[in-house]
Design a protein around this ligand. Structure first.
Ligand SMILES: [Zn+2]
Length: 60
């Protein structure tokens, strides 16, 4: 399974696509980092892949 993540441009923290999709907009969980991260920040092909396969990305 392809792992889709977004790397925070400010601090380098890696956030999983499923967290971004659940929250849509979230503050970076990185220590002392206030960067706002959005699902839409993912490249279009990564978003499409995630949405096409979202059932497999859900945490169980
Ligand atoms: Zn960050």
């Amino acid at each position: 399974m392809r792992i889709i993540t977004l790397t925070c441009p400010a601090c380098g923290t890696i956030i999983a696509a499923n967290e971004l999709e659940a929250n849509r907009v979230m503050n970076c969980p990185g220590l002392d980092c206030r960067e706002l991260l959005r699902f839409e920040d993912l490249p279009a092909d990564a978003r499409d892949h995630f949405l096409d396969n979202r059932g497999r990305y859900e945490l169980s």
